[in-house]
Ligand binder design. Structure first.
Ligand SMILES: [Zn+2]
Length: 121
């Protein structure tokens, strides 16, 4: 990977990090709201359809929040690998990761072959 590509990916990752941070903030706020809404209901979930819906919404939002936090960590590690010069090297087989693949998934650590065999397992 030459310096022009490295710079391009750095920008791509920076944009994704900003997006992911915004997602984490938004879902964090939503979780707070749902937590408050849920504590406002007195019946337990089983007997209160509305309370149950709030719990489900909250569980979903918590999952989105965790996913976004994981993505953020992955993206930050991708920046480290970019700085180290190991960005386009597959973590599993040591082979190259194609630039096309990195453009679609800039946080990936695996080449397409390793990623698809991992999915099959
Ligand atoms: Zn590989």
């Amino acid at each position: 990977m030459d310096s022009v590509d490295a710079e391009r990916f750095q920008q791509l990752i920076d944009v994704r990090i900003a997006d992911t941070r915004a997602r984490i903030e938004a879902s964090g706020r939503r979780i707070d709201e749902l937590t408050k809404a849920r504590s406002g209901t007195t019946e337990d979930d089983e007997h209160d359809p509305e309370g149950s819906t709030i719990s489900q919404d909250r569980a979903l939002e918590v999952k989105l929040h965790e996913d976004a936090q994981r993505s953020l960590t992955d993206l930050q590690q991708a920046l480290t690998r970019l700085a180290d010069g190991t960005y386009d090297v597959c973590e599993h087989c040591g082979g190259p990761i194609s630039l096309e693949r990195l453009e679609v998934r800039p946080e990936t650590r695996l080449c397409i072959d390793c990623a698809s065999s991992r999915l099959r397992r």
